[in-house]
Ligand binder design. Structure first.
Ligand SMILES: NC(=O)c1ccc[n+]([C@@H]2O[C@H](COP(=O)([O-])OP(=O)(O)OC[C@H]3O[C@@H](n4cnc5c(N)ncnc54)[C@H](O)[C@@H]3O)[C@@H](O)[C@H]2O)c1
Ligand SMILES: [Zn+2]
Ligand SMILES: [Zn+2]
Length: 383
């Protein structure tokens, strides 16, 4: 029996208010409207950004409206398409995207940027193009985080915020390309353009940082220093390519001084994957004068980082990366191919596996640092 055109009743983890655990609810997911696609989510990760929005909204993060269904790192299958959708059909395997690529606007035509602004203000505010969400619970509209909401068995996204991927891709692995791994890998190879033979320092060894380490290794860097205050991350970092790891807590000197001494003047590339303004400054200061490049991948929306002007005057470059610099619709299928060809590792990022009704545990282990990524299965048969 087809569900196309009908409201689907399914399970979702709803954030009713900031700072409180998620609650599993029955929600209604409306059919897709014009240029929208309804997808059955198969697997989703819990990213640091989900945690920030739930627990830090109004602090390091701008205020987001509640109730909200979080989740933005996922993979699924097209259930039905709305009017005017030409690129997708029911049954297609897809990765929803928090950064669109409309292939139509000035930004999409510009090879220098991936910052498409299609539906931007709306998706940031948790609604789709017509100003409303497709998810409701107990008669109330539930906002869609970044226009996605993958902590729901079904969701609706704009057709410009969706990548179609090959039919043999395992959704329970490639969901990682919806955010963390693509961001960290791209921070190194796409935004920073790490060169062969260079020296790199990666600050923060969560999924984003480990993917940055992997990117530095694939780019041919010869020195890759992993930096984290949690030494339990070091073994994985070495697996992904770190040549050594440093815990700032083991040193009395600031970490940037330790790194400058260790590398005889500073690293060629520093990648910040923590989201802390003090660590961002330390990352910049750990690069060499003349040509050092610091890429910020860590996320904060309201805080300010300090930059000593002299550091920039002496030839360093400070850059930021959003979704690793990838043009989302076009590049994510290529990253899926890279995984299928054995060039990119994904399986090793997944340290835990839980069903949707235990999703709050994934937030706890992300915070405590005992997990890298927990795979959340949305359906019993996949759990
Ligand atoms: N730019 C983007 O498009 C984008 C996309 C996804 C995530 N992010 C951001 O990237 C950051 C990392 O995300 P994640 O999911 O890997 O997070 P995570 O929580 O899994 O990892 C963060 C790591 O940083 C370490 N850390 C904390 N304080 C530190 C310090 N002072 N020095 C060194 N290491 C420290 C932690 O121990 C942890 O291992 C977050 O800020 C997230 O919001 C950005
Ligand atoms: Zn994320
Ligand atoms: Zn565009």
């Amino acid at each position: 029996m087809t569900t196309a055109g009908q409201v689907i009743r399914c399970k979702a983890a709803v954030a009713w208010e900031s700072g409180k655990p998620l609650i599993i609810e029955d929600v209604e997911v409306a059919p897709p409207k014009i240029h929208e696609v309804r997808i059955k989510i198969i697997a989703t990760g819990v990213c640091h950004t989900d945690n920030e929005y739930l627990f830090e909204t109004g602090k390091g993060m701008k205020f987001r409206p509640f109730p909200l269904v979080l989740g933005h790192e996922a993979a699924g299958i097209v259930e039905s398409v709305g009017p005017e959708v030409t690129n997708f059909s029911p049954g297609d395997k897809v990765i929803p995207l928090f950064l669109p690529q409309c292939q139509d606007c000035e930004r999409c035509h510009n090879p220098e940027t991936n910052h498409c602004r299609r539906n931007w203000a709306n998706t940031q505010a948790g609604v789709l193009a017509d100003g409303t969400s497709r998810i409701s619970c107990k008669g109330q509209q539930v906002y869609q985080f970044l226009g996605i909401s993958s902590f729901s068995q079904y969701t609706v996204v704009p057709d410009t915020s969706l990548a179609k991927i090959r039919s043999d891709a395992p959704l329970d692995k490639v969901f990682l390309l919806g955010c963390g791994v693509s961001t960290g890998y791209g921070a190194a190879v796409k935004t920073g353009k790490v060169k062969k033979g260079s020296s790199c320092a990666v600050f923060g060894l969560g999924a984003v940082g480990l993917a940055a380490v992997m990117g530095c290794q694939i780019a041919g860097a010869t020195t890759i220093i992993g930096v984290d205050v949690n030494p339990e991350k070091f073994e994985k970092a070495v697996f992904f390519g770190a040549t050594e790891c440093v815990n700032p807590k083991d040193h009395t000197k600031p970490i940037q001084e330790v790194l400058v001494e260790k590398t005889d003047g500073g690293v060629d590339y520093a990648l910040e994957c923590v989201g802390d303004p003090a660590v961002m400054s330390a990352a910049l200061e750990s690069t060499t004068d003349g040509w050092g490049i610091c890429v910020i991948a860590g996320w904060t929306e309201t805080e300010v980082m300090q930059v000593e002007v002299e550091k920039i005057l002496m030839g360093r470059t400070l850059m930021g990366t959003y979704f690793g610099g990838w043009k989302s619709v076009q590049d994510i299928p290529t990253l899926v191919d890279n995984y299928m060809d054995g060039k990119l590792k994904l399986d090793e990022f997944i340290t835990d596996h839980l069903p949707l009704d235990q999703i709050n545990k994934a937030f706890e282990t992300l915070k405590s640092g005992t997990s890298i990524r927990t795979k959340i299965s949305l359906w019993q048969e996949e759990a």
